[in-house]
Design a protein around this ligand. Sequence first.
Ligand SMILES: *Cc1c(COP(=O)(O)O)cnc(C)c1O
Length: 466
Amino acid sequence: MNPLSLLPSVDRLLSDPAVAGLIDIHGRAVITQLVRTALADAREAAHAGTPLPDTAGLIATVDAAVTAQATPKLRPVFNLTGTVLHTNLGRAPLPEEAIAAMTAAARSPCALEYDIETGERGDRDDIVSELLCELTGAEAATVVNNNAAAVFLLLNTLALRKEVIVSRGELIEIGGAFRVPDIMKRAGAKLVEVGTTNRTHLKDFDEAITPRTAMLMKIHASNYAIQGFTHAVPESELAQLAHAQGLPFVVDLGSGTLTDLERWGLPHEPTPRENIAAGADLVTFSGDKLLGGPQAGLLVGSKELISKIKKNPLKRALRVGKLTLAALEAVLRLYRDPDRLNERLTALQQLTRPEAQIRAAAERLLPALQSALGTLPVNVEIVPLKSQIGSGSLPVDRLPSAGFAIRPQGKKSGVLHRIEAALRGLPRPVIGRIEEGALLLDLRCLSVHEETEFAAQLSTLSRPGA
Ligand SMILES: *Cc1c(COP(=O)(O)O)cnc(C)c1O
């Protein structure tokens, strides 16, 4: 007798009550496919000498496969990296007001491009442009998919086949392939670099202006700092020089906060309002960096230039959807009440969270972590840490924080990598960082109301290395 004939048929498996339960949850098509795959794999393994699985074994295989398939790829994680605006983890978490606005806009038709008063067609930018003007002092504003798109669109609109003068010290690369020279080229603009890496003077710009010059541009050195013997030309002087030649002066600000961060003890970060006041004709910045909103690229500036930009057909290709606008509008509204911004804007709340509060959270959670790690050869202690703002802003400044350091008892660090992987394997993955022989978990971004969930799933940590 052929031993393979001992395997159940597809139909028999599908009518098993346990499989019927899976069909109820996941649908017949998916389960049938997985049953076929499990049987084919078992046959193939049998040819290689592996014993045939029994029915329970086959069902367990199907169950594991469908569970893996049903887990969303875009899953919430615990960001314990110590980097608040972590680009790979989705940057700014949104405040509840923005989440509610997005949900409402997702569920129903909404006045996206419709003027309710006149009943005529509207402009989606109008949803946020008034707020953006109020908060930045600009005359006009428009929104695109992200700041890279904003920079691209402005160059393509105003500098096609023309020259853009930029200081050599500002030719930045930002993680994820945003390089100013590459964007310039693709936008059809010619980059003219002036000055040296550490020092650029007004006369460097002056001497580089030709009839082909489209604009003077300043790019905020967001993800690094040049220190020591340095000189950059003040924005007001660049603006004056540009205007004397009838040229626009534009600023790529990168991380654009709309408020004075110093009032919460954070380092000063330039604002679009300051750029505009210094004479900038256009400023671009991200929606999901310090601003604390959804991914978006904001362009604010003169009516004339914004109107040119909006006429570029590429604006249509780079526009944002209703969910983004819903979230952005809600976030911008929070800025109208700056006194309570640090309580209501989640990103700012995390950035301004006092060290003592974070340490208290560590003390509450230490027993859960210790018991989860059980008898593994590691020591866990509460340590002071330094968080970073992330997304390129304020690269030199660190925020005093606290969390756990897990260190191997012996010399071998293999156990740390196993724990790190096990934490990533939890239902809501926990992402920390390994630094100088320790696995560090910075608790700044773990809110108080998430602590129970965090501790509960720690108890399910499969004994790493066991
Ligand atoms: C972050 C940043 C960008 C890119 O912005 P995205 O919103 O990520 O597209 C461009 N320029 C500067 C100066 C930045 O800091």
